[in-house]
Design a protein around this ligand. Sequence first.
Ligand SMILES: CC(C)(COP(=O)(O)OP(=O)(O)OC[C@H]1O[C@@H](n2cnc3c(N)ncnc32)[C@H](O)[C@@H]1OP(=O)(O)O)[C@@H](O)C(=O)NCCC(=O)NCCS
Length: 210
Amino acid sequence: MTSRLDAIMWPVRTPRLVLRPAAAADAESVWQYRRLEEVSRWLTAAPEDLDGFRRHFEDPARLAKTLLVEHDGTVIGDLMVAFEDAWAQAEVAEQAAGVQAELGWCLAPGRQGRGYAFEAVDALIGICFESLGLRRVLASCFADNEASWRLMERLGMRRELYAVRDSLHRSGEWLDGMGYALLAEEWRGGSPARGADTDAQASIASASTS
Ligand SMILES: CC(C)(COP(=O)(O)OP(=O)(O)OC[C@H]1O[C@@H](n2cnc3c(N)ncnc32)[C@H](O)[C@@H]1OP(=O)(O)O)[C@@H](O)C(=O)NCCC(=O)NCCS
């Protein structure tokens, strides 16, 4: 399955990490941390065993939007980038096709608390805006997932939605949800928190902006 991510020259290197597209053979490495309850409790899907996870992970549509985060040659996390259309009125819908992406992230618990998620997602946002020419990135989480929304705030994303009990958790409980977003022009405005990652940017192919 082709993906707009094919336009990027992988792997992309950040000061401490390597980002690359996921492959079916990575299922077991990713399962090592996604099987943990403290991780899966926040995720959309929580397969019960490795076979179930493989079926979920190896789905071509899912693989096409999954990147892996490596540190010292070990898979320590994964990212999602799902390209989508912006909402538009019918007459201008074509101009809104594929202009934004929903992002997601997951890091092995033993690797959290060191800024790796920030570093990886920051690079991914750079790819989305600077190489792929997107106009907006967005992400959502349960309001109770403080680690996730704090990451979004560190990245400079704006809280645009706080929805009361709109999201059904597999526990059966309706939980509050939050939505964040960032526009390309805000990214270009720059942020002192953002690591100057010229090496990573240099390794990104000059991709089409369509
Ligand atoms: C959401 C998630 C990726 C956040 O990971 P994280 O490690 O907290 O995020 P960061 O990489 O930005 O690390 C930030 C922490 O590292 C610390 N840190 C240490 N060294 C750092 C450095 N060099 N640079 C930046 N931060 C650093 C920060 O102070 C911060 O700690 P704090 O939270 O105690 O303030 C992680 O909690 C996770 O994978 N959760 C399970 C899956 C999940 O919920 N996914 C999202 C579903 S919506």
